[in-house]
Design a protein around this ligand. Sequence first.
Ligand SMILES: [Zn+2]
Ligand SMILES: [Zn+2]
Length: 345
Amino acid sequence: MRPEDILVPTPSGVCCKIGGFHIDPTRPVERALITHAHSDHARAGHGAVLATPETLDLMRLRYGENFAGTTQAVGYGENVTFNGIRVTFHPAGHVLGSAQIAVEADGLRIVASGDYKNVADPTCTSFELVPCDVFITEATFALPVFRHGDPDGEIEKLLHSVALFPERAHLVGAYSLGKAQRVIALIRKVGYVAPIYLHGAMEKITSYYASRGVDLGELRLVRGATKQSLAGTITLCPPPALNDLWTRRFPEPLAAFASGWMRVRARARQNGVELPLVISDHADWDGLTATVAATGAGEIWVTHGQEDALVHWCATRGLKARPLDIVGYGDEDEPDSAGEDGDAT
Ligand SMILES: [Zn+2]
Ligand SMILES: [Zn+2]
């Protein structure tokens, strides 16, 4: 068997014809295996959906109970077989419930990573290296300029600024699923115990994380707080809210932004960000190349992001590599990404 006999890349995602399923399809299909709940990977309207219990819960929170015809929860390490094709979910370390999906037949193993990071994160299970013959990798930050560094150092910067400007309100723009909860957990890890405020659009997902045992401390909604009471506090909000009339309810708001793109200063300036925080839920250049090498895969398929640089790097290492050109995967880490939760207060 060749890899293409097991998984065929199509413009709307990779498809396993023999097994009768797609992985993270961008159009409605009969049976979808979903790596994680970000909206470009997890869409509503499929016949059957298989995903980790957390991903299914998060999809329910976003799309409502009837987001798919049927659902099947698959835990990490559990096996499911479709017409002789064996499928296993493994932790991807990206957000709560995120999985890499291993597809095996005839002694050949292909791993579709979805989005991933090989860095510790207090809000989700750590990335698991799965040796394979073909590795399907993302490429969001696949340029040598992207080195995310230490997230704890970025949190220190934030807390230093809060201590320095007790009269101001610190607003931290962060993607609503994953990043916001990770930033809160990192703040708690260094012993900050004051209440942290939330934009209303983050309420549901953040409560879900807390219900899954992620320690987020005392959280309050901005809604209902007086302007003066918000001086010296930290508030998490979806990135677009930073440039919204919504910020007027805060005393002297200071805009921070947590994203891998904050490595690029021009991007921070463009978005009016005073305090850029380089914190990403995607692997950086070193993380991507180290992971690709460690899988032992001889063939690499590259999805969404900076495909060219990574394909070139693979070629210099003697690895077969190709971009997949799937249309419709976005980047939740983009400063100007609207975030699917919109501008609700
Ligand atoms: Zn993602
Ligand atoms: Zn993605």
